[in-house]
Every structure is written in C-alpha cells, then in structure tokens.
Design a protein around this ligand. Sequence first.
Ligand SMILES: O=C(CO)COP(=O)(O)O
Length: 263
Amino acid sequence: MATTCRANAALLTQSTMGRKFVVGGNWKMNGTKAQINEILGFLKAGPLNADTEVVIGVPAIYLDYVKSNAPANVEVAAQNAYKAEKGAFTGETSPLMLKDIGVNWVILGHSERRQIFGESDELIAEKVAFALSNGLKVIACIGETLEERDAGKSEEVVFRQTQAIANQIKDWSNVVLAYEPVWAIGTGKTATPQQAQEVHQSLRQWISKNISPEVANAVRIQYGGSVTGANAKELGSQADIDGFLVGGASLKPEFVSIVNARQ
Ligand SMILES: O=C(CO)COP(=O)(O)O
C-alpha cells in the first residue's frame, strides 16, 4: 500500500512537473487608463513567481497601451480574434493585427462569447486553428452551464467542446485549455478543488485516449470561475490543475497572490 501510494505520488509529481503553471487574468470589458495604470502598478511591484507564466487578457482598445507598459514578465492576450487575415468584418480583430502590435496570446471561446455572442463550438475551433496558424498562443475556454451540470453532462460538454478543437488542429503545443464551469463564473461559487480536479483529470484521460498520451501529459489545463487569493492555493495544489483563468480578482492586487499560489 505504502509503495503504491509512493509510486502514485511519484507519477503525479512526474506528470505535473513538466507543465509550467500558467495564470491568466481576464479583464473582460473592464478598465480605464487610470485603472489599468493601477493594475500595471501592482503587477510591476509583484513580486511574481518566476516559475509561473502570467498572461493578462486586455480589451482590444487597450492592447497596444498595455503591451507598451506591462512589465516584461507579464504577457498580453487579446480576448478574441477572428478567423481571417483581414477584410470586411466590421468590429473584428485579426490575429495578424495582434502580432503586428506584439501581442502573442489570445483567449478564445470564453463562455461569454459562446453565450452572449452566440459563438458555436465550430466557430471557436476555427478561430483557434487560425490563431495558431498565425503564430499566436491560445487560451481555449471550455465548460458546462449549471443546467448541464445538474443533468450530469459536465464531462460530455467539455469533451464535445474539446473534440471540436481537436477536429481543427494537430499541434497542441501552443494551446492552454481553460476549464471554466459557467455556474462558477462571477458568481462567487467556486468549484471545490475536488470538483475541479475531477473534471480536469477526466479531460486529461479523454485527451490521452482521443488525441494522444503525449498531448494529455503536456497540455496545461487552467481552472477558472471565482478564483480568489483565498482559494487559489488549494485549487492550485490539485494534480491536474495547471493554473487559473481569473476574472474579477485579476483587476485587484490579490491577483499577485493568485499568481504565486504554487510557490
Ligand atoms: O470568466 C472568468 C475568467 O475568464 C472567471 O471570472 P471570475 O473569476 O470573475 O469568476
């Protein structure tokens, strides 16, 4: 028994070890220059754990400003990008434009894009593929609604959303998955560490079986939904949680302690 436990622990350490912790701050449609300067102030002051990758998701209009003013240890992400280089797509942003101003990351498929703006699994998968093919790194969001969870369909939904992406891409090395149960977003209802770990683990098993064991072992899966300075440490200690995607708390100084949750 003791040997098995030790062996399991060793396996866990081995499997999590290669995956760098990655914490995203999704500002959503928040921020004025004054507020952004405050956020950049606490990010500069940190200190931010050098072993954690930090990416902030900024409203399109402020991307250039934040890119020019963010500290070097903080990466900048757009919150959306379209699946075309350029053209008659009023209001959209192209991955090439993001690259042009030095932005290397994009968040795609957030549940607010899915629910409020009606983005389908297929459109999101196409956007992921197009962003990757233009050299962007992608945080691809997945997650079930409360209705779906209550119907026992959490895994089915998450697998379906991931399958749609798998249908469009081969190389997962520049993809981070963000598991964000919709019922936990902005509600103060965090998934318990066990609930989150359960989905992350079965998603990793699904990836192993349906994509490849190598991708399953390497791909980072963030948890998102009411992550705070108070709950980040316990969530971050779960074997299959490789970081967070943080909404509300990413606008506040407590974001620093979330970044440092794995220290
Ligand atoms: O949607 C989220 C991050 O993308 C989570 O938002 P909250 O952290 O505000 O719940």
